[in-house]
Design a protein around this ligand. Structure first.
Ligand SMILES: [Zn+2]
Length: 166
């Protein structure tokens, strides 16, 4: 069965531009209230087994793991949501929800009201299963409560979505 690749959906609230923190970033195109939808994190989906069996280019990671261990590669068929940078004091968050077909989706939304032109951030909650140390993933977000690394230092007992380093 060959499924036609769905074109990436538009994300009218996001503009991708050079970031003050790292590489490209995503910026609000308009004033937004808290809990405003920015877009769904899209891309090719992999099972945990497929991810383990695959060789990954570790230059750039857009792999987002859902709590059911499914992984979305935003680098393949993803939209502008993949350009949100990490902050330890983010103004946005990634929330899981089921669509009408019962498929788990990852919704990017604002946590707090933001203004047009603000750079948007989420906490990557990065996990690395290769024994990397927090210093391998330094954070330069500049937040007062910066924990110094993009790694999730206190993984919750509950499975939760987060970026995975490969
Ligand atoms: Zn930080």
């Amino acid at each position: 069965m060959t499924a036609a690749r769905k074109p990436a959906s538009s994300t009218p609230c996001l503009r991708v531009s050079p970031s003050g923190v790292h590489g490209l970033g995503a910026f609000a195109t308009r004033d937004l209230p808290a809990q405003a939808l920015l877009g769904l994190y899209e891309g090719r989906r992999y099972t945990a087994e497929q991810v383990a069996a695959r060789k990954w280019n570790d230059q750039l990671t857009y792999l987002f793991m859902l709590s059911n261990e499914e992984i979305i590669d935003g680098g393949k068929g993803g939209n502008a949501t993949r350009h949100l940078n990490h902050s330890c004091n983010p103004n946005c968050e990634a929330v899981e929800e089921y669509d009408e077909a019962g498929r788990l989706e990852l919704r990017f939304q604002t946590l707090v009201p933001v203004e047009a032109g603000d750079e948007l951030f989420i906490d990557y909650g990065l996990t690395a299963d290769d024994g990397s140390s927090p210093a391998d993933y330094p954070c330069h977000c500049g937040a007062e409560n910066c924990r110094g690394t993009m790694l999730d230092l206190a993984p919750e007992a509950e499975p939760h979505p987060g970026l995975v380093a490969r």
